[in-house]
Design a protein around this ligand. Structure first.
Ligand code: UTP
Length: 279
């Protein structure tokens, strides 16, 4: 069974400057909740209660968010404002939180490798909290992926069809269709130009990884921009055995940039906040 979920959250968030100069991108609020809280809720709903977060300099707000604030709680005790903290209290009660720091921001692959000491030798999920994923129709995206892992017992990456002109923002896969919305990955390219992309099926910020990924990341040379890419390690994993790409059910908002962030805000305001499901 998968119990652990890793949140790489050490990046600089340059697309959202100056907001992210002193504040972690993962703490940006979508209506009334920080991005990372949506991610942890999705993980807990999938049965993953051991939360591991890779932080970096200037990210202390993340640890403070997943802790009790005695002064504040005392202040609002017995008032109707207590309802605002019901959701975060549920997470504190039902999850454990552990942290490690990435001291040099050498890319997502390197951030995942930094989390190795918290994960150990077991399969685990990875959530990039700036990709906000929701499914109003049923299971959350991680729940869908955990079910697939239990069936296939190999690495699962979430994919989405993107505008062919935008492949240069993503890891892009080529694969053989093996079931409804399921591909066995044959090839994977990091941020290809549209003319070089093997498809328009792009990897988004949800993964379930088997622990052999750590040694594969270690063997990976820095790629584009001097960063250690997870895509390169996943490609090796796909060649060795099995990586499955899953076109998930639901919506994904890229909250790492202004456009997706505004869309997510409008969506959450209409579907969660106005309907009283936002705490
Ligand atoms: P992104 O490339 O989206 O994040 O990395 P970024 O670097 O923070 O953002 P921009 O592009 O400069 O605006 C995807 C995820 O990987 C984490 C980020 O925090 C984000 O959740 N990450 C990235 C790390 O933890 N460490 C890194 O060295 C790089």
């Amino acid at each position: 069974m998968i119990k652990k979920c890793l949140f790489p959250a050490a990046g600089y968030g340059t697309r959202f400057l100056p907001a992210t100069k002193a504040m972690p991108k993962e703490m940006l609020p979508v209506v009334n909740k920080p991005l990372i809280q949506y991610g942890v809720e999705e993980a807990l709903d999938a049965g993953l209660s051991e939360i591991s977060i890779v932080t970096g300099r200037g990210k202390r707000a993340l640890e403070d968010h997943f802790d009790i604030s005695y002064e504040l709680e005392n202040q609002i005790k017995g008032t109707d404002k207590e309802k605002y903290l019901v959701g975060i209290r549920r997470l504190l009660d039902q999850c454990s939180f552990s942290y490690t720091r990435q001291t040099e921001m050498k890319g997502l692959g390197h951030a995942i490798l930094t989390g190795r000491s918290l994960i150990g030798d077991e399969p685990f999920a990875v959530v990039l909290a700036d990709d906000l994923c929701v499914n109003l129709e049923g299971d959350g995206v991680l729940t869908q992926m955990v079910k697939l892992y239990n069936q296939y017992r190999c690495t699962i990456v979430a994919i989405q069809e993107v505008d062919p002109q935008e492949t240069n923002k993503y890891g892009v896969i080529a694969g053989d269709l093996i079931g409804d919305d399921l591909y066995r990955v044959r090839n994977m390219v990091e941020k290809p130009a549209p003319e070089d992309a093997p498809s328009n099926l792009a990897i988004i910020g949800r993964y379930i990884l088997t622990p052999d990924i750590f040694d594969l990341i270690k063997q990976t040379e820095p790629g584009k921009g001097g960063e250690i890419q997870i895509t390169d390690a996943l490609m090796k994993q796909a060649q060795n055995g099995c990586v499955i790409a899953y076109k998930f059910k639901g919506k994904r908002f890229d909250c790492g940039g202004a456009e997706g962030y505004i869309e997510a805000t409008n969506f959450c305001f209409e579907n969660f906040y106005k309907t009283g499901k936002a705490y």
